[in-house]
Design a protein around this ligand. Structure first.
Ligand SMILES: Cc1cc2nc3c(=O)[nH]c(=O)nc-3n(C[C@H](O)[C@H](O)[C@H](O)COP(=O)(O)O)c2cc1C
Length: 313
């Protein structure tokens, strides 16, 4: 992932090209290479190649979660998508569905086009099914698509399709529609926000199981509630306990109170400090909770610690 597999050709409309197959030895590379060659000539497009196969190679669930979050940021930055998709048993690949479902608002209010391939159907049945999925995600399906039937026989040794002219014309139509929708949707969104979902689905994904070999980071936060507000503060923290389940890599929390000083200490542990910081910066539910806490306290002193050991009798 990252810059190495991105084809960036300057500014312009940001289009994420998504690999729809994650199979080893996939034909998808050939179709994607053709698409990229066509698109790099379009000086008004900035391309980002998004490959869900990278997720399976992440190694651990924590790494996979990180990779998914990074891909979510790239999808969020895109203004349009083109999915290169094969047909498997009259549908689209399951890995693609899992990838799509990992995100929510990232797709919303943006056009999605398809370049499909397969056997006799050219992947058209996969495309029709994907259109149903993307409607639910508040994306806008482009009417035009590019399709390669009997794909394995359609490309010469250089990766040029025999029907290169026809495919090129279909792609031109797709791009004209894509540009029109990008502009129309952006103008619309500038006038008033789209009434869709706000939170990203990736942020709400179940946290990966903690990698037991990895020591947690521990957040210790010393709160000093305003005089007489300790009980209210403790009750507020208690009521918000379920919020922690949202946090990627959350391993547990402990709240301690000291009536003598009128203060409290919250100790929470996580797989990863960055994932936690990112959650704090992006979670709307946490922002609401933090505002309520701020109204009750004079100060708080949060600090991340690396765990050296945890001992139990
Ligand atoms: C499990 C499986 C099911 C397939 N089912 C269909 C199908 O229903 N219709 C079709 O036109 N092609 C079908 N094909 C052919 C694929 O679309 C074709 O092999 C394509 O190149 C696979 O893409 P990939 O190699 O990038 O994963 C199927 C291929 C596989 C592996």
């Amino acid at each position: 992932m990252g810059m190495a597999d991105r084809a960036v050709n300057g500014g312009g409309t940001r289009v994420a090209l998504i690999y729809g197959s994650t199979r080893e030895g996939r034909f998808c590379n050939k179709v994607m290479d053709w698409l990229r060659q066509q698109l790099v000539r379009q000086v008004d497009l900035q391309l980002d190649l998004v490959d869900p196969a990278g997720l399976a190679q992440a190694g651990s669930r924590v790494a996979e979660h990180k990779a998914l979050t990074a891909m979510g940021q790239r999808l969020a930055a895109a203004q349009a998508f083109i999915v290169v998709v094969p047909e498997y048993n009259h549908g689209y690949p399951a890995a693609l569905k899992a990838f799509i479902d990992s995100f929510g608002a990232e797709w919303q209010g943006k056009p999605v086009g398809f370049v499909s391939y397969g056997g006799v159907s050219g992947g058209l049945r996969a495309v029709e099914q994907l259109r149903q999925v993307f409607i639910e995600l508040h994306a806008v399906n482009l009417q035009a698509s590019v399709s390669f039937a009997n794909a394995s026989e359609q490309f010469d040794a250089d990766g040029t399709p025999w029907s290169s002219e026809r495919a090129g014309r279909s792609l031109d139509t797709l791009l004209a529609q894509l540009r029109w929708w990008v502009q129309a949707l952006q103008q619309g969104a500038a006038q008033r926000p789209y009434p869709g979902r706000r939170a990203t689905r990736a942020a709400a994904l179940p946290a990966p199981e903690p990698a037991s070999a990895v020591q947690p980071v521990v957040l210790v936060n010393h709160f000093r509630p305003k005089p007489g507000k300790l009980d209210e503060f403790v009750a507020l923290q208690d009521a918000a306990a379920t919020l922690a389940r949202e946090i990627p890599g959350w391993r547990g929390s402990r709240l301690l109170r000291d009536d003598e000083s009128g203060s409290a200490v919250l100790i929470s542990s996580f797989d990863d400090a960055d994932a936690h910081r990112e959650w704090m910066a992006t979670s709307a539910a946490f922002a609401q909770h933090r505002d309520k806490v701020r109204a009750l306290i004079d100060s708080s002193e949060p600090r991340f610690f690396e765990q050296v050991y945890e001992r139990t009798p």
